[in-house]
Design a protein around this ligand. Structure first.
Ligand code: SAM
Length: 151
């Protein structure tokens, strides 16, 4: 049976609606559980996951080794605000419980990494210990909160 963390992140990834060819960025991937779940949904797409904690990057890398070797996933160490993504842009960017993405300058930096029409989705728990997770969508074409969904 999947752990509570896996069930929570499964709901998150289901809500993202990842398409097989999507380029996806996860900010603050922690142990990399959501990365694995996203990879399950990709065929030609790929996911880049970043975390500023070296310990979390090591754990996420170990968990996703087959996906990394297949070229489907890349795990990068560092704060997303400081990392150089070059020309790479993402159709879907998401973060679960990462405060820095929800406020400036992180919000603008994340938006700047979207493809035109790409979607930034932030997930948070409504209160400590609550089973509910709140999703907010930010679209580059219509900046601002376009929707909040309780999963
Ligand atoms: C509360 S944990 C959530 C981990 C995972 N998303 C989950 O829900 O299980 C937040 C994670 O985001 C990372 N993080 C926080 N701020 C960050 C930033 N500015 N850039 C990259 N990673 C960050 C932390 O190191 C930590 O692993």
């Amino acid at each position: 049976m999947a752990s509570k963390a896996s069930q929570r992140l499964l709901r998150v990834v289901e809500a993202l609606g990842v398409q097989p060819g999507d380029r996806v960025l996860e900010i603050g991937c922690g142990h990399g559980v959501a990365v694995s779940l996203v990879c399950d949904r990709l065929t030609t797409g790929r996911v880049v996951a970043v975390d500023r904690s070296a310990k979390m990057v090591a754990a996420a890398t170990e968990r996703n080794r087959p996906w990394i070797d297949a070229g489907r996933a890349q795990i990068r160490a560092g704060s997303f605000e400081d990392l150089d993504f070059g020309q790479e842009r993402f159709d879907r960017i998401f973060a679960v419980h990462v405060v820095a993405v929800a406020r400036e300058p992180g919000l603008s930096i994340a938006r700047g990494l979207l493809t035109p029409g790409g979607v930034l989705s932030l997930f948070d728990q409504t209160s400590p210990g609550s089973p509910e997770i709140v999703k907010s969508d930010f679209r580059e074409t219509a900046p601002g909160v376009s929707g909040t969904v309780t999963l």
